[in-house]
Design a protein around this ligand. Structure first.
Ligand code: SF4
Ligand code: FES
Length: 201
């Protein structure tokens, strides 16, 4: 595959065609914050925290770096007044749902985000989809899914699969940026695993 040449934060970068800006930056040791990205998973572009500024022929736009492919001669800025302002707002919105999530607390410090800016709605899940996608794409067990849509969307273990598969696996647990996944598992386990174990005897 042909190589693409461009600039990130003043550094000249060469990357293989088809790589994303995030991957190219990471290969150069340039850090871009992410919440829904995982190197084993298909790009998702859900949290928007990884936005960066891209300049093409003098025009500037904001793009989601984990899904945006590298292009010749572009100038990428991973931090700018606009990028930082948007990241700060995203962090503040997510903190309304999961105010104590360690990753968010760390990011809030870096971007000067106010955890109390938006009215609290502590649903704890921030819909990054890491658990659902990892269970589907990597372990291929399909034991977790999203139910409902929009503001009512939430993750849910599928008890008949989870009762059989999850205790031996739990590979998704450390991926969750909040405490919600473990709590949801414990709840599902206590409410419904026993009946599925009995049924399977
Ligand atoms: S439970 Fe955790 S890993 Fe799963 S979508 Fe919600 S925040 Fe992400
Ligand atoms: S890491 Fe790119 S949108 Fe979440």
């Amino acid at each position: 595959m042909s190589d693409i040449q461009f600039e990130i934060d003043g550094i000249q970068v060469t990357a293989t065609k088809g790589r994303t800006l995030l991957e190219a930056a990471q290969e150069k040791g340039i850090s871009i914050p992410t919440l829904c990205h995982h190197e084993k998973l298909e790009p998702f572009g859900g949290c928007r925290l990884c936005i960066v500024e891209v300049e093409v022929k003098g025009w500037t736009k904001l793009v989601v770096s984990c899904v945006y492919p590298v292009e010749n001669n572009i100038i990428v800025r991973t931090r700018s007044e606009k990028v930082d302002r948007i990241r700060k707002t995203i962090i503040e919105l997510l903190m309304a749902h999961a105010p104590d999530a360690p990753e968010l607390v760390k990011l809030a410090k870096e971007y000067g985000a106010d955890r109390n800016r938006y009215e609290k709605d502590p649903s704890f899940c921030i819909h990054c989809g890491l658990c659902v996608r990892y269970c589907n794409e990597v372990t291929k067990k399909n034991a977790i899914g999203f139910v409902d849509r929009g503001i009512n969307k939430e993750i849910s273990f599928i008890p008949e699969i989870a009762a059989r598969e999850c205790n031996e696996c739990k590979e998704c647990f450390p991926l969750c940026p909040t405490s919600y996944l473990q709590a949801a598992f414990v709840l599902t386990e206590s409410l419904s695993f026993a009946s599925y174990s009995k049924e399977s005897k």
